[in-house]
Design a protein around this ligand. Structure first.
Ligand SMILES: NC(=O)c1ccc[n+]([C@@H]2O[C@H](COP(=O)([O-])OP(=O)(O)OC[C@H]3O[C@@H](n4cnc5c(N)ncnc54)[C@H](OP(=O)(O)O)[C@@H]3O)[C@@H](O)[C@H]2O)c1
Length: 258
């Protein structure tokens, strides 16, 4: 269990994928709001770096586990349901770039397990605690969930599922658990390198990870909602709404092929 409790502390929050990127900034900003954190990830060294970046590292704890493994997910859940959790940040995720047929099946299925199935399983298991504690869920989805993405087909499918599920439970839980569906566009984290996607014009639309997280926490403060952070990501979102699917499919296929 985390270290000593004091009256300025707001409760216990689980952040998945806290070993870098958005997860690091969720940790920094939620700690600043007084929360005590469970920092989850697979890479212990990088998780320790997140912990060391916090102001009161001794208050928080690390939790290791691969969310694409059903067995691991089940044992994480067994431990988590014993804890007085008030917030769940479903942030861990990755994508696999490449032709659907050319890329192996296992990593593509792992994208679905990590980015979609694990958030659903964690939220379902923790909901009784979250309701009791008038808590919150932040689901880190993506603008990739707003339109099909050739050469990152499985990632977009996972994020579309996550967005729809998150928005539906947001309506179901109104008044009991605040839900934020965060749908960012490109941001300079480890994501692009891990997915293997090429650098390109998309980087013109990047906004810093700290700003993405700040937007999500602002929406949380307002009671929850769907959050597209920043002006640049709003531009992408608006284009997704007005450009016909046939055109956007052809454009994205051209852009992401290579
Ligand atoms: N950056 C962007 O452009 C962007 C845009 C839209 C949405 N997103 C979403 O933002 C979220 C955070 O990604 P990021 O951009 O911050 O990228 P990142 O720097 O690569 O961080 C991803 C995090 O997810 C964790 N993770 C990945 N696979 C995992 C698995 N199987 N089990 C457990 N943990 C796993 C990683 O943990 P370990 O390293 O410890 O394994 C890492 O902490 C993801 O859901 C991503 O889809 C990112």
């Amino acid at each position: 269990m985390p270290g000593e409790w004091n009256s300025s502390q707001q409760g216990l929050v689980l952040i998945t994928g806290a070993s870098g990127g958005f997860g690091l900034h969720f940790a920094l900003q939620l700690e600043a709001q007084g929360y005590v954190l469970i920092l989850h990830g697979r890479d212990k060294t990088r998780l320790q770096m997140t912990l060391d970046a916090l102001e009161f590292p001794e208050r928080h704890q690390l939790m290791l586990g691969d969310l694409s493994s059903r067995k691991t997910l089940e044992s994480l859940i067994d431990a988590l349901v014993q804890m007085p959790i008030v917030g769940l940040v479903n942030n861990a995720g990755f994508g696999v770039w490449g032709g659907f047929e050319q890329r192996e099946s296992v990593p593509q299925l792992d994208v679905l397990r990590t980015d979609l199935l694990a958030p659903v399983a964690l939220a379902h298991a923790l909901l009784p605690k979250l309701k009791k504690n008038h808590g919150f869920i932040i689901n880190v989805s993506s603008l990739a969930g707003e339109s099909p993405l050739p050469y990152m087909a499985t990632y977009a499918a996972a994020k579309a599922g996550l967005t729809f599920w998150s928005e539906a439970i947001r309506a179901e839980l109104l008044g009991s658990v605040r839900v934020v569906t965060l749908a960012p566009g490109p941001s300079p984290t480890g994501f692009r390198q891990i997915s293997g996607a090429p650098q390109g014009k998309g980087s013109l639309f990047r906004i810093p990870a700290a700003q993405v997280v700040q937007s999500a926490l602002r929406v949380l403060k307002g009671g929850g909602g769907y959050c597209v952070p920043g002006f640049r990501h709003h531009l992408i979102w608006m284009m997704q709404k007005i450009v016909p699917r046939s055109v956007s499919l052809a454009m994205m296929a051209y852009y992401l092929r290579r």
